[in-house]
Design a binder for this molecule. Sequence first.
Ligand SMILES: *Cc1c(COP(=O)(O)O)cnc(C)c1O
Length: 390
Amino acid sequence: MYIKKQRLLTPGPTPLLPQALHAMMGSDIHHRTEDFRKMYRAVLADLKEVMGTSNDVLALVSSGTGAMEASVANLFSPGDRVIVCTAGKFGERWAEIVKAFGLSATVLEEPYGGVVSPQRVIDALKSEPNARGVFVQASESSTGAAHDVRAMGEAIKKTEAIFVVDAITGLGTMPLDIDGWGLDVVIGGSQKAFMIPPGLAFLSVSPKAWAFAENSKLPRYYFNLKKEKKNAANGESSWTPATSLLLALAESLKYVKSIGMDKLVANAQMLAQATRAAVTALGLELFVPHSPGSAVTAVKAPKGMDSKVIVKEFRNRFGSIIANGQGSMQGQIFRIAHLGYFDFPDLFAVIAELEIILAANGVPVKFGTGVAAVQNVYAEAALAKETATV
Ligand SMILES: *Cc1c(COP(=O)(O)O)cnc(C)c1O
């Protein structure tokens, strides 16, 4: 056991696409040149295609939270009434951002592991007819739960409010019909299903949301969406862009287009399904019994065991980096990611590692039980399809 390869298996950052990583070496181009403009235009067009929307799509140099902040600072005014759905650490981030910008939030909270139901949003819109916006996570990465943004969007569409969706781990892990479901702002981040390093955020903006931008009175400077849109139309970014990351993104988008966004989503869904089957077969408990998403699966540590031990053993024994719980979930759960550049062999390894770690810590395990569950999901999905096409 002398060689340990590092494997990044967290819900952001995620494993890097090799050709995207290599493309970053071509970063010695100036951003006010035709070469850059050509590349930037193509990247924004591909992003729009992959997101499957006719809305404007913009890129920002920041982590995902920057686009969350930008959506608040550019579309709302002090005192605006908004509805915030929260069922995890990222929902809490929405609540903190809108508070920081002086909006008046009605917070719809659910315990960690749960989801805010569309009905609660519908009821809140009824009791708050002046609500200007609704904020949610499509995929709450801290717990692995997925919100029903379709049903929420269809209700919000009929009101004056705009729907702002943090889809940072939703994009590429769940179907998102941005235009059809009325998702006015959809936010993504580079280090999630896009298979490239952290540092870029994306967002799509609907015509309904742009009308809000005309009347927004909050202060802003760096994140100025109207300015960004104007510059993007000329193939440029407002400020010096992260050229290396954009070159990487060009490659990853090419890759996603080659397999198809729907297949990227199906890939994550199948890995999530197989993970749930594996950990259940090993006698472990899922943290999200209902409405599990496909970006990441949160698993409860066996009784009496700190999940930190499992996370540490993954790293120390195998070089595998998996995620602990965040906040009060720390020590309670561990999280296995599926978004982006993950495949079945990655999962065979993760589950085999987990079996060894459990056994080493006195949890009764029959080696191969979890791995076999993953193999069965693969066999049912992939092999069945092959027989059908032969
Ligand atoms: C990763 C993530 C974010 C953004 O976090 P950053 O560290 O700013 O990139 C926001 N929301 C969700 C659901 C995420 O998974």
